[in-house]
Design a protein around this ligand. Structure first.
Ligand SMILES: [Zn+2]
Length: 352
């Protein structure tokens, strides 16, 4: 269930009902096949439970539809515990999103993106790009469970309003260093994944433009003796973007207004807001390199949010340039850990 943003531990109180109902339904299927199922069987069980003092709301035999199924019901598949639990989780998740303040909702949806969550499944590994200290894990879990607010009221460091995501905005001396580390980890792990394909020649920090010494993050060219080439070859520049900044406010508001007209529900609307903020990042990078682009350089901005949402161009790039799903998935885990480590470090730098 961690896809809903939790830590994957289900409450037995909440799943109990689904387990009972699924189990009763499965049993009834078996009884039907043996010719033993009847209204009476389930009614009797319900009465036995009532006599044994089971409260009405927990007497699941009584809550069922009449025991003898109609023809249509006979043909329906038994609803499993997992399906019941998932439907219940989905409903609770929608209610939860609905109840969050807009900024927190956005940060939460961002962090529970696929890459945002990937680190939770990789904590025991310890590769080149994968290391989290105990305190980083503590901080990361506090952020993920929306318990990252340090004070109530104003931030004692900068005087701005404290909030769950204030650690991203609060200025501090190590911030630039944390940002650089994060950026370089994402760049290095992406370059490492790209160079697994021997048909590609990958270089880091290549010159883009000889006139003004601009450097991109990665250049991919066709390796000597190879012919594979496509639109995605050329220079890329990687941006890790915090989506809740002031300068994205208007774009997010516009996206929210447009999405609400389509009535897709909170999750989709919130994702549209994040995408709008990431789009600003991509456009800014195209402006930065406009001269080189005008001179014919093949350039792509690769933008990902600090919570782990890939901008659509970054997503397309990964699909096209790293076709091996295993290599891509490992890269996503590396990137996830780089992002979560930076979030954790920003929180400790802010809390001190
Ligand atoms: Zn502050």
């Amino acid at each position: 269930m961690s896809k809903f943003g939790g830590l994957g531990v289900l409450s037995h109180v909440e799943t109990r009902e689904h387990a009972y109902l699924a189990s009763i339904e499965t049993s009834r299927e078996i009884l039907k096949r043996s010719g033993l199922n009847s209204d009476n069987t389930v009614q009797e069980l319900g009465e036995q439970q009532a006599q044994a003092g089971v409260p009405e709301e927990r007497n699941f035999y009584r809550r069922l539809e009449p025991a003898m199924p109609t023809v249509a019901e006979e043909q329906q598949r038994v609803v499993s515990q997992k399906t019941r639990t998932m439907a219940d989780m989905q409903k609770k998740y929608d209610e939860f999103l609905e109840a969050l303040p807009p900024d927190i909702r956005l940060a939460f949806v961002d962090m529970t993106s696929r890459i945002g969550m990937a680190w939770l499944h990789a904590m025991s590994t310890n590769g080149k790009y994968r290391h989290l200290t105990d305190s980083q894990i503590t901080n990361a879990v506090n952020i993920q469970t929306l318990s990252s607010q340090v004070s109530e009221g104003l931030c004692p460091k900068c005087g701005e309003v404290d909030s769950l995501m204030h650690f991203e905005a609060c200025p501090n001396t190590s911030k630039q260093l944390i940002w650089n580390h994060r950026h370089n980890y994402v760049r290095d792990s992406t370059a490492a994944a790209l160079s697994k394909d021997k048909k590609k020649q990958v270089s880091k920090e290549p010159h883009i433009n000889h006139n003004n010494n601009q450097r991109g993050d990665i250049r991919v060219e066709v390796a000597a003796g190879e012919h594979e080439d496509n639109d995605y070859f050329g220079f890329v520049d990687i941006t890790v973007k915090a989506v809740l900044g002031v300068h994205t406010e208007q774009a997010r508001a516009d996206a929210r207004a447009a999405a609400e007209l389509l009535n897709h529900g909170k999750l989709k609307n919130t994702r549209a807001e994040i995408e709008a903020a990431l789009q600003l990042g991509a456009e800014a990078k195209r402006r930065t390199y406009r001269e080189a682009i005008a001179q014919g350089a093949r350039f792509r901005p690769l933008v990902i949010s600090s919570g782990g949402t890939l901008h659509k161009e970054f997503y397309e790039y990964l699909k096209a340039m790293i076709p091996d799903p295993q290599v891509r998935s490992n890269l996503c885990t590396d990137v996830s850990i780089a992002l979560v480590r930076a979030r954790a470090e920003l929180l400790s730098a802010r809390a001190r």
